[in-house]
Design a protein around this ligand. Sequence first.
Ligand SMILES: Cc1cc2nc3c(=O)[nH]c(=O)nc-3n(C[C@H](O)[C@H](O)[C@H](O)COP(=O)(O)OP(=O)(O)OC[C@H]3O[C@@H](n4cnc5c(N)ncnc54)[C@H](O)[C@@H]3O)c2cc1C
Length: 382
Amino acid sequence: MDFTLTQDQKVFRNEIIRFAKKELNDGVIERDRKQEFPHDLWLKCGEMGLQGLPVPEEYGGVGLDPLSTALALEALGYGCEDGGLAFSICAHLLACVVPIWKHGNDEQKAKYLPKLANGSMIAVNAMSEPGSGSDAYAMKTRAVKDGDGYRINGTKIWSTNGPVADLAVVYAVTDAEKGYYGGITIFLVEKDTPGFSPGQKFEKMGLRTSPIGEIVLEDVWVPDSAMLGELGAGTLIFTQSMEWERVCIGAMHCGTMNRLMDKAIKYARRRESFGQKISKYQAVSHKIVDMKIRLEAARLLAYKAATRLDKARDVAIDASMTKVFISEALVQTALDTVQIFGGNGFTTDYQVERTLRDSIGGKIYSGTNEVQRNILAKWLGL
Ligand SMILES: Cc1cc2nc3c(=O)[nH]c(=O)nc-3n(C[C@H](O)[C@H](O)[C@H](O)COP(=O)(O)OP(=O)(O)OC[C@H]3O[C@@H](n4cnc5c(N)ncnc54)[C@H](O)[C@@H]3O)c2cc1C
């Protein structure tokens, strides 16, 4: 496979890196401390087209193919030090915008995509529940037919962007007997719908500028037209959106690993101990070499999986391998960067401990790495 970047891909990548470095990084230490979502920066990202990268231009997006989308997110991961903001963009784009673009009817696409793509509307993917995370389809949220629509009751948890969202992509059981096999349906629920509320907000160890909380649905009535895709299509749509999420967040993490590696090289070349630069100690240089090897392997996995997103019928295996390998590569790279920075790495000012905290979530969200390994084991016939 030839992954030589086209001129357009190079130009857009450089534009995003320049934009992110100039516009998104000021004040991030303080925002992280206060758990502040930077709404103004979110809107600037919207002007750059980041929330609508693969969305067709007729709906206000940039119209990129999946590999170019992954490359653009890699550039964001490289230039943007605010891991929470970048993660919020990915959650919005990959788990909400993509399914609406892929499965919405003309009316839904015209109504939501332009606003989601320019950031004037924020979306939340409401799947996980207090009693069902990995076992997502054991959800308790129910949508029951009521006149010309559905009445939804349930509570969602760990909903990224939940506290600030205008639109929720809500998964609910419409046929308990069918369950996973055609019993789950998606509804697009706007925040002003009676009975819909954001619920409790949570504090977390990393990605702190990305707000996360509950979504409470109490007797929420939505018309039939709020259904995304067909009745019972929730499982299929969720699977596809997780493939996009696992692959494209992986690509974004390649950018983050590249940034950490560059920082580690710069620091190791400058810092001295026992009369020489620490980069001259094998214990340090080999850590950085391993960062480079992990980064290049991660890129190949992400690029290959991204090229298959719109072409292959089933990208699940590529997506799971990409997700597991890259999330773990990122944690190791962040840990090693903190170690190379020594005491400085342990302080907030040097901005590597935050990336380490941010990286841990990658092993949990989009399906835990244990669950991805189960998928891969099954595929291998184990
Ligand atoms: C930062 C962040 C953002 C998130 N954003 C969203 C969001 O926007 N929308 C949303 O719906 N959800 C979101 N989630 C929730 C996420 O999808 C779940 O946390 C995840 O699926 C795991 O579910 P759980 O937390 O209930 O853990 P559990 O399912 O309770 O798992 C606990 C532990 O047991 C292990 N385990 C469980 N079952 C198995 C098994 N069969 N085999 C081996 N090990 C197993 C898990 O791997 C894990 O280590 C987010 C989570 C995080 C951390």
